[in-house]
Write a new protein. Structure first.
Length: 317
């Protein structure tokens, strides 16, 4: 029997602070809200505090710092303890661009979307909303850029459903592009300006689909490597920001993040890796479905699974 992988949308219900040595680690338990497909909405991952035990990896253990303590003040929303970098935004007043903005009142869960900038107060780009002004750090913004060489079948990120969708190109016109993606169990097709599209090419750039390596320990003290899936935002001073599929922001060592090569159109027999929850599992493609929006993959365990294409990557180095 083929198992269909359909991660749900998870939203904030509680913010909990956990101490870890001299660093503070913030975790945000969540509860399910709807059953939307991962290509259009967020994919849940469990949150676990980094262990104080030494990792077997040659790299330093992952430390997540000060990520969820902003409290709205009146109608002004700033991230009170944003840990940087304080990079000026490339956007200007009156322009449109890609920004990472809160899903609700605080900065515990975020989303990528195309927004209009009301004004710039360096290093913030200010967006006006029904709940007041949102001060978005410059590192969480990116200008709209028309992608080069856009072709049918390309993997792209587009603004959709008040957030973003990971989609495939259906057709390309002079200034517009038609894309197809799955949302809430249904296939959707949109025509949008080419300038609003982020073309995914397997490199780490704003909006790229990526995974981050982490490690946890069970009650017996045994170490387990886990992978957090989401979208890459920016890198500075050896640290990178990742917004997980559940909307949670993480700042972690840049070397821990790898782009997922979802831009390839995998064929029958191709060796791939599949992100399922917090695991990257090896397997091989059996067939493509829905014009490349899903793959049926036979995992090394022998299980067959139908998986959204943005959860399937060429083997990572």
């Amino acid at each position: 029997m083929i198992q269909r992988s359909r991660p749900d949308v998870w939203f904030l219900v509680l913010a909990q602070v956990i101490g870890c040595g001299e660093d503070e680690v913030y975790t945000v338990p969540a509860a399910p809200e709807s059953s939307a497909e991962p290509s259009a909405v967020v994919n849940p991952v469990r949150s676990s505090a980094p262990s104080s035990q030494a990792s077997s990896s040659s790299e330093p253990p992952l430390v997540l710092t000060n990520l969820a303590s902003s409290v709205p003040v009146s109608t002004v929303r700033k991230w009170a303890d944003f840990s940087g970098p304080n990079t000026p935004s490339e956007l200007s007043a009156g322009s449109r661009g890609w920004l990472v903005v809160p899903m609700s009142s605080g900065w515990e869960t975020l989303k990528l979307s195309v927004e209009s900038v009301a004004r710039v107060e360096a290093p913030f780009a200010v967006v006006q909303s029904e709940r007041g002004d949102i001060f978005v750090p410059g590192a969480f913004t990116a200008p709209l850029r028309r992608p080069e060489g856009l072709l049918k079948g390309d993997a792209v990120v587009v603004p959709a459903m008040g957030s973003r969708a990971v989609a495939r190109v259906v057709s390309v016109a002079a200034d517009a592009v038609s894309v197809k993606f799955r949302y809430a169990g249904e296939l959707k097709e949109l025509s949008i300006p080419q300038t609003d599209v982020i073309k995914l090419d397997g490199t780490l750039k704003f909006g790229a689909v990526a995974v981050a390596r982490d490690s946890t320990h069970n009650s017996l003290g045994e170490e387990k490597v886990v992978w957090r899936g989401g979208q890459f935002v920016s890198t500075a001073e050896g640290k990178s920001w990742l917004i997980t599929w559940s909307g949670r922001p993480f700042r972690l060592p840049a070397s821990f993040i790898k782009p997922m090569a979802i831009h390839h159109t995998h064929k029958t027999g191709d060796k791939v890796m599949v992100l399922q929850g917090e695991e990257l599992t090896s397997g091989a493609v059996l067939k493509s479905e829905e014009d490349g929006l899903r793959y049926v993959v036979k995992l090394d365990s022998g299980t067959e699974s139908s998986v959204s294409f943005d959860m399937v990557t060429s083997p990572l180095p």
